[in-house]
Design a binder for this molecule. Structure first.
Ligand code: EPU
Length: 415
């Protein structure tokens, strides 16, 4: 699949933000910990969610998914082996490890996939499972984790990994006694997953801080939980707002207090932002300043917006830079932007852009989710036609992006 974009349109209107992808892809596997049926609202209709729902069905759950509401009910006894190869399609499937450990004390599955962002080990997850009492066998692509018993302990993460924090929380929620996760990640999606577990009766304190304390419980009851809005999707549209000349537009259904680093940056370089309770009006009112950023764990500038923010560097005067400190290679968009004529280069872990860049029409390839979003943003700057191929990767993580962009006035066709 590919999209054709003709840019330089004056965008206006309202874009509604969907539920958070990185909450949804953890909360869906986490739901297997429930001992009663659960309902989860505001689940974005994205490919990664569809893959996880398919996996739940294969595992032995009945699911209904309509209007972003997912209801899940266990139908049969659950086999500890997840045989499906579908787990390879996304990163979030590794949350079945923690959830199965919590539920069945054992799991066998293939290693998960996800965007290629350089080396992405899961040693913190596995070391944590081992400290909780599990034995881990990793053979080529298959991981077997068994725990005669899981007992609470203190886990010190070497880095505040989002995935490890969530996976260990899932494994600990029904373990015996008290588990403390030190140097835990504090991203809002972790708080969301923790609140989901708490809504079923889990005993977790310290969510959103770097020390999370979990006291194991035996039973998790039914829940009806609504997940938070996607701060990265919101950030994507806000960056689009900063790129576009025109009347400005409103990004609705957001939590501005979860996006401070981006909002400070956009304000600091000269964008107009009118922030109210759950929406932001954004307008590019004149020349924006060049800027230098470093990606950091929350509340720092999110790595997930790194590729996108480099597109904003293309329109500002002078040198801007982005230092990526979370992943070893999140630069797949750079060679594509070069094809459009961008003056952009990578030195070590930093991207440098010399703007403003005159862009020309080009055919680009989306290599990963945020790369795809970045290329679409870049194509809005070009009056001529830009083609972005392999757009499937965008649909893994953004709900209804083509229609949302069209509603704002962008000329974009998918084929
Ligand atoms: N790391 C290790 N060992 C581990 C775990 C992580 O060395 O056991 C390293 C990673 O290699 C990486 C760093 O720690 O260099 C951070 O990784 P983290 O575990 O925090 O990231 P993740 O759980 O793999 C999630 C999101 C990513 C997002 C990051 C950081 C999901 C499914 N993925 O990944 O989202 O970039 O946290 O915020 O929640 C995206 O949405 O585009 C995306 C890639």
């Amino acid at each position: 699949m590919r999209v054709k974009v003709r840019g330089k349109r004056r965008l206006q209107g309202v874009v509604e933000i969907s539920g958070a992808k990185n909450s949804a892809v953890a909360i869906i596997p986490a739901a297997v910990l429930a001992d009663e049926p659960v309902t989860i609202r505001n689940i974005p209709d994205i490919q990664d969610v569809r893959t996880l729902i398919g996996l739940l069905q294969e595992i032995g759950y009945s699911t209904t998914y309509q209007d972003n509401v997912l209801s899940i009910k266990q139908l049969t006894k659950i086999d500890w082996e997840i045989k499906s190869e579908e787990v390879k399609k996304l990163r979030g499937s590794y949350y079945f490890m923690g959830a199965f450990l919590g539920k069945l004390k054992k799991v066998k599955m293939l290693t998960s996939g996800g965007c290629d962002l350089g080396h992405r080990p899961i040693n913190f997850h596995l070391e944590g499972f081992q400290k909780l009492g599990a034995e881990v066998k990793a053979e080529s692509e298959e991981i077997t984790i068994t725990a005669p018993k899981l007992e609470g302990t203190t886990l010190d993460l070497k880095f505040p990994s989002v995935g490890a924090t969530i996976n260990l929380m899932l494994a600990a929620v029904k373990a015996k006694g008290e588990t403390i996760i030190n140097n835990a990640a504090i991203e809002p999606e972790i708080v969301d997953v923790g609140n989901f577990l708490k809504s079923m009766g889990a005993n977790i304190v310290g969510l959103g801080t770097s020390a999370i304390k979990i006291t194991g419980v035996k039973y998790l009851h039914q829940t009806d939980y609504k997940i938070s809005p996607d701060r990265i999707e919101a950030g994507t549209y806000l960056i689009l707002g900063a790129l576009s000349k025109g009347k400005g537009f409103t990004v609705r259904n957001i939590q501005a207090d979860k996006m401070t680093s981006l909002l400070n940056l956009l304000k600091g370089i000269g964008c107009r932002l009118d922030i109210s309770e759950n929406e932001i009006f954004i307008k590019n009112e004149g020349p924006l300043c060049n800027f230098h950023i470093v990606t950091k764990p929350y509340p720092g500038f999110p790595t997930d917006l790194g590729q996108l923010i480099t597109v904003l560097m293309l329109i500002v005067e002078g040198e801007s830079s982005l230092k990526e400190t979370i992943f070893s290679n999140r630069f797949s968009h750079v060679k594509e932007l070069e094809k459009m004529g961008a003056d952009i280069k990578v030195i070590d872990d930093t991207i440098y852009v010399n703007g403003p860049c005159q862009l020309k029409k080009a055919t680009l390839v989306a290599h990963d989710l945020r790369c795809a979003a970045a290329l679409i943003l870049a194509s809005t700057l070009n009056r001529g036609q830009t083609i972005v191929e392999n757009i499937e990767v965008l649909l893994r993580g953004y709900e209804n992006p083509i229609q949302k962009l069209r509603n704002l006035g962008l000329n974009i066709q998918i084929e």
